[in-house]
Design a protein around this ligand. Sequence first.
Ligand SMILES: *Cc1c(COP(=O)(O)O)cnc(C)c1O
Length: 509
Amino acid sequence: MPTNTDDIALPGRTAPLAMDADTFRALGHEMVDQVAELLATLPDRPVTRGETPSEVRAALNAERDLPETGEDAGAVLGRATTLLKEHSLYNGHPRFFGYITSPPAPIGILGDLLAAAINPNVGAWVLSPMAAEMELQSIRWLSQLVGFPDDGGGILVSGGNVANMLGFWTARVAKGGLEVRTAGMAGIGGGRLRAYGSAETHTWIQKAADLAGLGTESVRWIPTDEDLRMDVGKLRAAIEADLAAGDRPFMVVGTAGSVSTGAVDPLPEIAKLCREFDLWFHVDGAYGAFAAALPDAPSDLKALAGADSVAMDPHKWLYAPLEAGAVLVRDADRLRDAFSYHPAYYHFGQSAINFFDRGIQNSRGFRALKVWLQLQHAGREGYVRMIGDDCRLSRELHRHVADTHELEPHHQSLSISTFRFVPDDLEERAGEEAVGEYLNALNRAIQARLEREGEAFVSNAVVRGRYLLRACIVNFHTDTDDVEALPEIVVRTGRKVDAEMRTEGLGEG
Ligand SMILES: *Cc1c(COP(=O)(O)O)cnc(C)c1O
């Protein structure tokens, strides 16, 4: 019982964050108008302003202290919109070719708004009945899209890193034994657990091995062939050598679309080896898994269907707004074995799925809604068309590069193309060490200049010591005029930067 009148809540409470329906409607309409205008005018804006951190901090007034009193919502929203519009990099721009980042599908943008409004906690089914079922349906649909068995388990996470880590940690328990969860790595005895991936495997594997207590030295980096695909003969040799030394191989990671060149490991042979040695077969398809939806997908890629777990990134080739990653697991029980802390009988016959049993999060947002909406808005046919178009445009870009005198084409796989600028007079001498170093410095400088000028954005790959420009297309806004323009933009920039570097004497040596 309250003893002090200060403790008695008064009726008619006013809360600074509360907003009446009319105000919300007016601000919301204004916001939607701004977003619609932004999406419509994106191609006319620079991809990025290429500003320095201090310029961005100055625009933000970064040193400002926490405001003591509140401010009108419209004013704060207006300021946020202006700051973000004027100082952002737009990965949805048709000439953004960097990294692996897609434009946000408009229906996904709206989905995130609706998801925030309902605000279900998709950790527990009882807190998110419809949302949890929509996530389960999305996982089934993602499986069907890429040809993975649709009666397994899965969970949406923040992105490819976490999706892959869940696959790794699931494998650790599935093959290392349940007692690893209680006794820890030191307590399970036997030889050291060993994971295998190609030298092109993304850095998530180091974080996963580190955080699982295996240590990064437990990872065997298997050399690649000339197409940067895992050499399966060397994989077998490594597994056999580790077994002979008393270690315990437990998983192999096959990469389905490497970050640098889009290389797809020979998944069918890796799957066979995993069966032979009773190893967990995980596929990192963060980027490339979605291309398995194409009817003419390479058989190496379609073989992800035989994996124990597959990681994929809806915020890449499903064109979902950040963040959305997913891991699919053939046997849903293995996910629960790795992450649930309820005794087994708790699950028996239970029909409701609690996602806190399948991953590392407890409270979880409703990432699934944008995925669920997009998969229906486009349908399988729509995704096949968009992903196929991205791949066709990448091949077209590569042909333009090959036809452009001062550009040297390197790799093309899925929707990634790599190439570099080689000035006319250096073409014959590219093999000389000093010239090779100059070309690396030159292409690095071209990439930086492109970023600063904002006309087009590419990232890079370093392959066998060569610094390459890299264009990746996971963007349904990109069209033929964009892939025609890129080689011309790179050559124009390349000539300019080359001339400057030679004037400064950097070309000597
Ligand atoms: C992008 C990517 C990752 C990391 O995914 P995030 O969503 O950035 O966490 C891992 N592996 C591959 C092959 C990727 O392309």
